[in-house]
Design a protein around this ligand. Structure first.
Ligand SMILES: O=C(CO)[C@H](O)[C@H](O)COP(=O)(O)O
Length: 205
């Protein structure tokens, strides 16, 4: 299980600071959609230079123009880019074809409630999905193990995201996803380094 730190709703200096404090515990650095909108692909290039050994995911949340957005992310130095599951099949295929041999594509299942969708995605070559409870959907709590248990027999790499915190990480870890994505549980913690250490420990036990 890998720990992915989602960098969202932060200034550039806040990003540098939180990464400086937590990088030892983080496997994958996620450059969040909002910070890409604020700072552009230059931020991805910058973090690539500063963190040459980390895996970097650019959370492009592509929903059209799959080829050019995938190239943008990979050419900026990202190892992984994201595309929304509700995009057209043509867009998802374009992302997969463009990334082939160069990087990974994670399909964000945000808002997808129909389980057959994952089978459809598998048929077009998708092998990595993210079960994601969006920020605006977290009033009733973030992701739980039961939200992603249906994926255990789907033969796909699974990331889980959305409001993961130190109170829920142990239960989520029981579900054994490949990647646990944590944003505010670390970036808004009073001590991000200590929080990252605890998340990493929880998924390593
Ligand atoms: O993709 C995202 C937002 O669109 C974030 O990666 C995800 O929501 C994690 O952040 P948090 O732990 O704060 O919910």
């Amino acid at each position: 299980m890998k720990l992915q730190l989602a960098l969202d709703r932060l200034t550039r200096n806040e990003i540098y600071k939180v990464l400086g404090e937590t990088e030892a515990y983080v496997d994958i650095i996620e450059v969040g959609t909002g910070v890409i909108k604020e700072y552009g692909m230059e931020l991805v290039r910058d973090l690539r230079r500063r963190h040459p050994s980390h895996k970097i995911l650019a959370d492009m949340k592509t929903c059209d123009a799959g080829k050019s957005e995938t190239l943008q992310a990979l050419e900026a130095g990202a190892d992984v880019t994201t595309v929304m599951a509700f995009s057209s099949e043509e867009t998802i295929k374009a992302c997969l074809e463009t990334a082939e041999g160069k990087g990974e594509v994670m399909i964000d299942l945000l808002g997808i409630k129909n389980l057959e969708k994952v089978d459809d995605l598998r048929k077009i070559g998708v092998d990595f999905v993210s079960l994601h409870i969006g920020k605006d959907q977290q009033q009733d709590g973030g992701i739980s193990r039961e939200n992603f248990s249906f994926l255990s027999d789907k033969d796909v790499k699974v990331a889980v995201a959305g409001g993961v915190n130190l109170g829920t990480i142990d239960e989520i870890a029981v579900g054994n996803p490949d990647v646990v994505i944590v944003g505010s549980g670390i970036t808004k913690a009073s001590n991000p380094k200590e929080a990252a250490r605890k998340f990493k420990k929880a998924i390593s036990e």
